[in-house]
Design a protein around this ligand. Structure first.
Ligand code: SF4
Ligand code: SF4
Length: 137
């Protein structure tokens, strides 16, 4: 079974709960992040929008590091990954995309039905494989 994660970027509000849940759940060191949330704004720093007031725009993208284990021990016990089950907007779905009954397969279908664009990070980002994103843009 090749598991993966789909993030619906239309639902992501940049709260970092997913990242913090991973850190707390796996007792990571202060400087260790298996997942961080990138601000898509002006590029001047976290939570800096692009544009000129009142035409401002900002969105977010969770970025999974190669150190992410897809929460294998939890999944083996029948639980969902910490990041997925903690997201307050249900933006993160997990599972085997080839299993039509999995959360990720159902979400992939919903996003495709909504005509969302589905994409993965380019290799030069060096982020974890099998992470997909869905967005209207
Ligand atoms: S994916 Fe969910 S938990 Fe993570 S930053 Fe976005 S809204 Fe928050
Ligand atoms: S799947 Fe598990 S290990 Fe990977 S980022 Fe989410 S909580 Fe952390």
């Amino acid at each position: 079974m090749a598991v993966g994660i789909l993030v619906d970027l239309e639902r992501c509000v940049g709260c970092w709960t997913c990242s913090m849940a991973c850190k707390m759940g796996w007792s990571l060191e202060d400087e260790e992040y298996r997942l961080f949330v990138r601000t898509l704004g002006s590029g001047a720093g976290i939570d800096r929008p692009q544009g000129v007031y009142p035409d401002l725009k900002m969105s977010w993208q969770p970025i999974y590091q190669k150190s992410c284990t897809f929460c294998a021990p939890r999944v083996a016990d029948g639980d969902k990954p910490f990041c997925s089950c903690s997201c307050p907007t249900n933006a993160i779905s997990f599972g085997d995309p080839a299993d039509e009954n999995s959360d990720i397969a159902k979400e992939m279908k919903r996003c495709k039905d909504m005509k969302y664009r589905i994409f993965e990070m380019p290799a030069y980002e060096g982020s974890k494989a099998n992470i997909s994103y869905a967005t209207k843009a």
